[in-house]
Design a protein around this ligand. Structure first.
Ligand code: ZN
Length: 269
């Protein structure tokens, strides 16, 4: 299994990181993809990925909830520090994607304009650098889709992470080629409609697995700190929903992840 979205650089794992990684590997996790959320975490993500090459893979970007009036300065520093061009080779862990980026109007629209502009800027990076996007979207799908549509034919692909929407929303997102839905712990929640929604409208080749650890722990760990080993619970629930053996769902979703994040295989070839 590949955990395609895990904040393994977070303080929550500082005490027992080695054990967390060991449990993940014992559970069958072969790779963990780690998104940054701001400049500080870009550094911690990079450090983590240097420490665990071939297991942890970095993404760099500015998360919508971290967007402030100084977003332009932050993005310009982020771009020149973490996406140097031309990229030196062999480089230290180079980014496999831009993320996590997106729009979040769940708590507040205080920085709505800034969020829209910062997201679009990072979408343009994706086009320029041909790196996929790791997208976070909450209460903002209309605005998000409107921006992505402008670049539809030039985008290399990406992930709508932590998808929790309905059939219509799923269809709308799948219009973007080489984009997939990141499915995590919410799938296992008792009242989640996802086990019914997904098989109806989402082919399995458009789904990848994630934890979003330390958040969103799946049942039976709900409420605890999430960790990459728990991605197994998501796999099992997804296999049940699609009525396929878990091994088959693991094979397909892992393949999907490597297709979207094609830098991973380029690097380890
Ligand atoms: Zn996240």
């Amino acid at each position: 299994m590949i955990d395609s979205h895990c904040h393994l650089d977070g303080e929550e794992f500082a005490e027992d990181l080695r054990a967390v990684i060991q449990r993940a590997q014992e559970a069958g996790v072969t790779k963990v993809l780690v998104p940054a959320i701001d400049l500080k975490s870009c550094h911690s993500v990079l450090q983590l990925c240097e420490r665990y090459p071939d297991f942890c893979f970095p993404m760099f970007g500015l998360h919508p909830e971290e967007v402030r009036p100084d977003w332009q300065e932050v993005l310009s520093t982020l771009r020149s520090t973490f996406f140097p061009l031309p990229s030196p080779s062999p480089a230290p862990p180079s980014p496999i994607a831009i993320g996590e980026v997106g729009l979040d109007f769940y708590w507040s629209r205080e920085f709505e304009q800034e969020q829209l502009l910062a997201f679009e800027e990072q979408v343009r990076w994706s086009v320029d650098l041909q790196l996929p996007l790791m997208i976070h979207c909450r209460k903002a799908q209309n605005e998000l889709v409107a921006i992505l549509k402008k670049y539809k034919n030039q985008l290399p692909g990406g992930v709508f992470h932590c998808f929790t929407g309905n059939e219509i929303e799923a269809r709308e997102l799948l219009q973007f080629d080489n984009f997939v839905l990141g499915i995590g712990g919410v799938l296992t929640f008792k009242k989640s409609p996802l086990p019914e929604v997904l098989p109806k409208v989402v082919p399995l080749d458009r789904i990848i697995l994630e934890t979003d650890a330390p958040y969103m722990a799946p049942v039976p760990h709900r409420g605890q700190r999430n960790e990459p080993a728990f991605v197994r619970e998501v796999l099992l629930k997804l296999a049940e929903a699609y009525q396929l053996p878990p091994e088959e769902v693991d094979r397909i979703t892992s393949q999907n992840t490597l297709r979207v994040f094609d830098r991973i295989t380029k690097k380890t070839e």
